[in-house]
Design a protein around this ligand. Sequence first.
Ligand SMILES: *Cc1c(COP(=O)(O)O)cnc(C)c1O
Length: 229
Amino acid sequence: MSVIAANLQAVHRSIAAAAQQAGRQPLDVALLAVAKTVPPTVVRTAFDAGQRAFGENYVQEGVDKIVALADLRSQLEWHFIGPLQSNKTRLVAEHFDWVHALDRFKIAERLSAQRPAGMAPLQVCIQVNISGEASKSGVPPAQALELARAVAGLPGLRLRGLMAIPEPASAPAAQRRPFAAMRELLAALREAGLDVDTLSMGMTADMEAAIAEGATIVRIGTAIFGARA
Ligand SMILES: *Cc1c(COP(=O)(O)O)cnc(C)c1O
């Protein structure tokens, strides 16, 4: 078995254990393999081990990888999880299946307009600056509903839910607090009538806490591919 296959197996075991501990079904937590800096050959190894959803942070790197792995395209799900500038929206709209870090209506409008007619709507999550860090992207929690309503009306997009990258913390209780706030925010969107089902939250260091608070997609790089250079 490849190292990647063994790592994937270990991550799936951790997800299952965390889900069971929270009284959730392991299959309700999807694993997104974050492949930034990982070459296409290694992504292919992960594919051979059964992984189908991959996340990229940088537009050009991601598009190059999608093109290099074009033979697998119909079997793969590509998620753009990095910050997105206006001048790169077209490439994302034309190549990716998901965008996780939407935090401006202007970007959403461009993605919707640039989504090719023959493709399924782009699945999107709104990024929330849940820890209130001055330097972080994401909308303040109080503005999430307004942006979500606006995004839900765009024809080229399908609003799926919310995403966050909380301030790092090491104690489990401190890790859970922002994830719990995200769970409540998603519930508020639902109560406002929005059809949302996704909480994209949890990375290698805080995956268990995110699953305990309802994460439906965990974004994992290091535990699968090793430390990045
Ligand atoms: C790099 C990255 C991840 C994965 O982080 P790891 O700690 O390597 O698991 C998840 N989400 C985003 C937005 C990232 O940039």
